[in-house]
Design a protein around this ligand. Structure first.
Ligand code: ADP
Ligand code: MG
Length: 356
């Protein structure tokens, strides 16, 4: 890997980092004004910064081995530089003077696997700029700027969960986020538990069309129920007159929100695990965003000793699973589950814990 000195011919001045995230509970609830429960993963994105010796910003990603020079402030970069430049521009728009910088990125967060390498890149960049320039911005504001950078400069219509998780959570804590009010609570991860994330190896080909269809079904259901968003319904009984499949789609959202709210009241690890299992069943049967490979992987996890609960995580139609397992057993469980899953003709991959 080419280091800062090799790329920029100087030694970096400061360094900052931010983690990727995984959502433990609260899936497909964010666009219904609902509740989510992400935590940070051990993999982090690191940025190193120094002042540039010319009048231009230079950004380098060691992971892509790609360097981008920002020619002037009207320049609109594409790719990874758009996330970084978006952060710089938004700080300038808030009135801060940002000198020309050299920025080196390297990351252990899997890129494009649903663990939010994009938010980790934005939050690490903003933390780096905060420390280089002594900026008076707090962690919530960092998440807000990061989200705006992703929407307006990288062109990704995202909620704020990823950036809030990367900025406010760590691997020992879960972030409860109310996506309507943006109020948060940082809760400890249940004692005695750790997280296992395994990628199913199934590409998320139908994800965009499926996601848009579910969003529109939720909007239709909310409209028929005369509420602003499905978050406003708490009793699944209220859904009984909706036509199918809207009733089942809405039932997933309502029961999923209730599961998240139960967790923040304080539950045992066993109950937390049961709620994750129930979340998977609801995503599979009511929301219909699972695929056979994800069901197989989740079933193997759920029948494994030491696993409290498991479910698909992310939008579904492929992608990864998350499990809550007994602390200290994550490695052994992940290796054993992956072997059994891959023996059934799949090509899964362990993402968390990091196994050397
Ligand atoms: P995810 O956030 O789930 O990993 P996204 O598609 O939202 O997937 O973000 C991936 C994009 O973020 C990459 O295509 C790249 O532009 C940018 N990115 C993230 N991490 C890095 C990195 N370490 N180096 C360069 N680009 C990165
Ligand atoms: Mg992302």
């Amino acid at each position: 890997m080419k280091n800062f000195q090799k790329i920029f011919g100087q030694v970096h001045e400061i360094e900052a980092s931010a983690p990727g995230r995984v959502n433990l509970l609260g899936e497909h609830t964010d666009y219904n004004d609902g509740f989510v429960l992400p935590t940070a993963i051990p993999q982090r994105t690191r940025v190193q910064l120094g002042l540039s010796t010319d009048a231009q910003h230079h950004f380098y990603s060691a992971d892509l081995d790609e360097q981008v020079t920002i020619l002037d402030s009207n320049y609109t970069p594409s790719g990874f530089a758009s996330y970084v430049f978006g952060c710089v521009r938004l700080l300038e728009k808030e009135g801060y003077t940002i000198p020309s910088i050299n920025l080196h990125v390297s990351s252990s967060v899997p890129i494009g696997s649903g663990l939010s390498s994009s938010a980790a890149l934005e939050v690490a960049t903003l933390r780096g700029l905060r420390s280089l320039l002594d900026l008076p911005i707090n962690d919530v504001h960092i998440a807000e700027i990061a989200q705006q950078a992703e929407i307006h400069y990288a062109g990704v219509q995202c909620g704020i969960m990823d950036q809030m998780a990367s900025s406010l959570a760590d691997t020992e804590h879960i972030l409860f986020l109310d996506t309507r009010s943006l109020s948060t609570q940082v809760l400890p991860l249940p004692t005695g538990a750790e997280i296992v994330v395994i990628d199913s190896g199934v590409p998320r080909t139908l994800a965009t069309s499926g996601y848009n269809e579910r969003r529109s079904e939720c909007e239709q259901a909310a409209h028929l129920l005369r509420v602003k968003a499905l978050r406003d319904i708490t009793d699944p009984q209220a859904l009984k007159d909706l036509p199918d499949p809207l009733r089942r789609r809405a039932r997933h959202v309502v029961t999923e929100n209730n599961r998240v709210l139960e967790v923040i009241q304080g539950v045992s690890i066993q109950r937390f695990g049961e709620l994750m299992n129930a979340s998977h069943a609801s995503l599979r049967d009511d929301y219909e965003v699972s695929v056979p490979a994800l069901d197989i992987l989740v079933a193997i996890l759920q029948e494994t000793s030491g696993v409290f609960g498991a479910r698909l995580t992310g939008a579904g139609f492929g992608g990864a699973t998350v499990a809550l397992v007994e602390a200290g057993k994550g490695n052994a469980i992940a290796v054993d589950v992956l072997e059994r899953y891959n023996n059934s003709g799949n090509l899964g991959r362990i993402l968390v814990p990091l196994i050397s």
